[in-house]
Design a protein around this ligand. Sequence first.
Ligand code: DAH
Length: 348
Amino acid sequence: MSEPAAPLQELEQLLADATGAIAQAQSAGQLEPLRVKFLGRKSRLAEIMKLIPRASPEERGEIGKRANQFKAAVESQLRERTVALAQRPTGPGIDVTLPGITTPQGRLHPITSTLGSILGLLTAMGFETIEGPELEYERYNFDALNIPRDHPSRESFDTFFVDTPSPEPKKGRLLLRSHTSPVQVRVMEQRKPPLRIVVPGKVYRPDPLDPSHSFMFHQVEGLMVDDRTSFADLKGVLDEFLRALFGANTKTRFRPHFFPFTEPSAEVDIACTSCSGVGCSTCGRKGWLEIMGCGMVHPNVFRAVGYDPERVQGFAFGMGVERIAMLKHGVTDIRLFFENDLRFLGQF
Ligand code: DAH
């Protein structure tokens, strides 16, 4: 009498098998063979149904009922799995809680962009950009700029001298240029006036590092030479330039100063960008910020390059790029520009 119980047990086992297989199917294409396997004409279900007429009358009803239940259960599981697979996002699973993949974005270094603004404004006024060597001869850095050997004015330009013997001893020792002014001399030696040039570049001075000093920094030099160039031209160009750089309401002040290569010479101040002239810690309570040096080219400089100081006039100016970048962006330590900390650089 164990035989009649067998179809019922088998149906139970078949349902467990079908439930597992349907749950694991990953596509509608995998469901169709399961339908054929569990419900089709050659399935175990079909064979069990065929046994019904031969079963005893009591068992007949039970097997028929269980077979129908099996069929309904498998059909409904197939339907549900079909819907679930259709709604599932395709491709690999997406974990929305994972942090996104960021692509780091490069940008210009604040010194590069400040230099770009300075050169952009001056070239728009007709100045041509020219570069010169960082390894320079004493003649260009000093002598031709009216800074003779043993003259006290040389002391204000502390300099890194280079050990390598000079390839041109007549031009003096080799050094790392301490300002961009030597390029004035190089250009005037090569060309005749009229000239309007701007010279960007690195300069070197043996200063101990502190918030406002670095042994390497950047300068922009300007030079204009023509048969008639006045201090008024100089003032007009620099006023215009500083207002374009720092804002249309920027106040400027020309204060008498001494530079060996210009006469007369001046330092140019702008009203403090932090306190507008009232006096604060940025301007040392003076209300003014020193921005650049300038003046009318000294006759001795013209003589050194073979120009006749009776027939040409010119003005020159020089500014520190780091200082301007610091004032524009409110940076209080020059060393930040050279440490390459991306948390700092990413702010510009
Ligand atoms: N060369 C000067 C320096 O490094 C800056 C300077 C001042 C340049 C006056 C000039 C000038 O051309 O006319 O401190």
